[in-house]
Design a protein around this ligand. Structure first.
Ligand SMILES: [Zn+2]
Length: 315
């Protein structure tokens, strides 16, 4: 395992040409087949380019996190041969850095307090109209959300799997810190990827709709935009991706070889029969040599058999 400098900020220790990718699970449940597909795709893309592959625990939404799940996730990655570089970054330990960024934006009049309720935003048609921008509110009387002004069209970009994604009329002033004090996903994902020097993001296509907003944020904060590649998500029915909510079965670490082989097939990698392989290391080594992002199906989701107990626990 390659070791990065002990300082978690690795931008200064890597050159501009070093590929840095990451897998960023949320410790709200164990890894299932769908998360393995994402982990494997980002791992193979990094390793095939002699890059660094980081793991980050997206435990910012603390109410949803389950104690001990981070270790279970890391055990599962190890059991499947997916070794990461450096230390695992926990978002729950980064609050000070997030708050500093927000304070800087507020001090520069680039972010503002908003006291609008969900009901008021629904009355605006569901899209925030920016009415608190000029109100100079503070959070002294009652808790407020912090918003960052984004308007106009989300920028177009070239996705590594899906190709040209046109600009979209989707931007609105985004919440960067919620009224309940939680930092928002769209802010911290951008701050963390920049902080960790991540320049290649391979993740599920369910995040394609928020990518324009995140790229706009990169532009506004004058940060280098990473290359995005969105792979199909595994779903049990159209629009219902495998998840803890729909009872996706946790991966069985004793079936690691079969699981990786199945994930390779999902990604259209046409792996030879499992009997060809001695073990997980050999399988992954071959997977790295087979990997080509161009072969990944250009579709947002692939339906897997809901009756297949490997994917879905019977209820
Ligand atoms: Zn408001």
């Amino acid at each position: 395992m390659m070791t990065l400098a002990s300082s978690p900020g690795c931008s200064s220790t890597t050159t501009a040409t070093t590929y840095v990718g990451r897998f960023a699970p949320s410790p709200s449940g164990q890894l299932h087949f769908g998360s393995l597909v994402t982990a494997l795709a980002s791992y193979l893309d990094a390793r095939s380019k002699h890059g660094i592959w980081l793991v980050r625990m997206e435990d910012i939404d603390t109410p949803r996190c389950v104690k001990g799940m981070d270790s279970a996730i890391l055990n599962t990655l190890e059991a499947h041969g997916l070794g990461w570089d450096g230390q695992v970054l926990y978002q729950s330990q980064q609050h000070e850095r997030y708050q500093q960024s927000i304070d800087k934006l507020i001090d520069a009049d680039l972010a503002y307090h908003c006291q609008c309720t969900r009901k008021q935003i629904t009355a605006m048609g569901g899209r925030y109209n920016g009415q608190c921008r000029t109100k100079q509110l503070s959070n002294q009387a009652s808790p407020t959300a912090i918003r960052y002004p984004l308007s106009g069209n989300a920028p177009p970009f070239i996705d590594g799997v899906m190709g040209a994604i046109p600009q979209g009329d989707t931007l609105e002033d985004i919440v960067i810190k919620r009224r309940d004090g939680l930092y928002s996903y769209n802010l911290v994902v951008v701050l963390d990827d920049d902080y960790q020097g991540v320049n290649h993001i391979v993740r599920g296509a369910d995040l394609l709709p928020v990518t324009g907003t995140q790229i706009a944020l990169y532009h506004h904060l004058k940060l280098a935009v990473p290359q995005y590649s969105h792979i199909p998500v595994a779903s049990i029915a159209p629009g219902r991706k495998l998840s803890k909510q729909n009872h996706a079965k946790p991966l069985d670490n004793n079936q690691a070889l079969e699981n990786i082989h199945r994930a390779m097939a999902f990604l259209s990698m046409s792996p030879p029969a499992l009997t060809e392989y001695q073990g997980i290391e050999q399988l992954l080594e071959h997977a790295v040599s087979l990997w080509n992002m161009k072969n990944v199906p250009k579709t947002p989701e692939i339906i897997v058999d809901a009756q297949e107990s490997t994917y879905h626990s019977q209820r």
